[in-house]
Ligand binder design. Structure first.
Ligand code: TYM
Length: 342
């Protein structure tokens, strides 16, 4: 937690897009951290951000399936929907309602500087949706509508959390209030930037054309072992020190994955496996990955057999989330000068 005193009660929020498969990067960079937060004495809210997903085209049937599958992934990985609040974004309309106000606070120049916007819109910005451009303001609303103080994310989301702080600070300044907290990004552990298994300079991502580049949380034991066996590496054995990994992106990635799965530091991982050739290390890593991930895949499949139960969990989560968000939105409306119903 932050060492700075704050008048805000600590509250954790984070979200994942239900587009495509949940993969090892999402698991190690995000979901696994969420489970750690849930074990602490703090309120935790986790969200399937379906409204973010449609900033690029989603087939409706696939979106619905991915949303339920992501919920199943959260639960299978250890999120307890009683302890945490588990929601689908579109079931809590306060996110989008606050987003409109934050759209009016955020500046065009701030949004244009967002790396994700530049990467996703690319040279074809004129054809990108308006939603894709406004995406980070909706993300700020996701967080601020709960006055969330801590947001566990992978490294690639850091810039968006910094923008959330800028938007909150400008709102507080413009309206002369101390209403929205200064949210902290929490980017911890060895798995905050899991790279592609085919190219150590690229992030593992759901949009990679090659399925061999990522481990999906639904992959079976054979697929996991095969992908690790075929992962790109260099010909040298693993170094004896963590510094020795600095110039070797593929080796570093596999050691990071090992450390994150074992829940140890990279230094501790190197103390265990330093000096091994990949012929020895890859089978070890494959066994570890199968041991940790296969039970999650099994549990996801079991949960997906009962979509009505998932829908009931999300419905209950939305009720609990709205009980927190509605008064914060209402107060925001008053601050802005919207006349409230008598
Ligand atoms: P998304 O759906 O791309 O990713 C979900 C989470 O997984 C992390 N992640 C990774 N971590 C390590 N290595 C990787 N290769 C990797 N790929 C993804 C992401 O950092 C993220 O934590 N904009 C967000 C979703 C969002 C959100 C929010 C997050 C919407 N509203 C509010 C936090 C708070 C996104 O697209 O994440």
């Amino acid at each position: 937690m932050s060492d700075r005193p704050s008048r805000f009660t600590p509250r954790v929020f984070s979200g994942i897009q239900p587009s495509g498969n949940l993969h090892l990067g999402n698991y190690l960079g995000a979901v696994k951290r969420f489970v750690d937060w849930q074990a602490r004495d703090v309120e935790t809210i986790f969200c399937m951000v379906d409204q973010h997903a449609i900033t690029v085209w989603q087939d409706p049937a696939d979106l619905a399936r991915s949303t339920r599958e992501l919920a199943a992934g959260f639960i299978a990985a250890g999120i307890d929907p009683e302890r945490s609040i588990l929601i689908a974004q579109s079931q809590v309309p306060e996110h989008a309602q606050l987003a409109w106000i934050l759209n009016c606070v955020a500046r065009m120049g701030w949004m244009r500087r967002m790396t994700q916007w530049k990467e996703k819109a690319g040279k074809n910005a004129e054809e990108a949706s308006l939603g894709l451009f406004a995406y980070p303001a909706l993300m700020a609303a996701d967080i601020l509508v709960y006055h969330a103080t801590h947001v566990p994310v992978g490294e690639d989301q850091k810039q968006h959390i910094e923008l959330t702080r800028d938007i909150a600070a400008k709102f507080n300044h413009d309206y002369g209030v101390d209403f929205f907290p200064e949210t902290q990004p929490v980017i911890e552990g060895a798995g905050t930037r899991v790279m592609s298994l085919r190219d150590g300079s690229r992030k593992m991502s759901k949009s990679d054309a090659s399925d061999a580049a990522r481990i999906n949380m639904t992959d079976d034991a054979d697929a996991i072992a095969r992908k690790i066996r075929r992962a790109r590496t260099d010909p040298k054995p693993l170094p004896e020190t963590a510094e020795g990994l600095e110039t070797r992106p593929e080796a570093r990635n596999l050691v990071n994955i090992y450390a994150a799965l074992r829940e140890i530091t990279v230094e501790a991982a190197i103390a265990e496996v330093g000096g091994q050739g990949f012929g020895q290390f890859k089978p070890l890593l494959a066994d570890l990955a199968v041991e940790k991930l296969s039970p999650i895949a099994g549990e996801m499949a079991r949960l997906m057999d009962d979509p009505a139960q998932i829908d009931a969990i999300l419905g209950r989560g939305a009720e609990r989330a709205r009980a927190i968000a509605a008064p914060i939105l209402d107060e925001t409306y008053r601050i802005v000068g919207f006349v409230r119903p008598a």
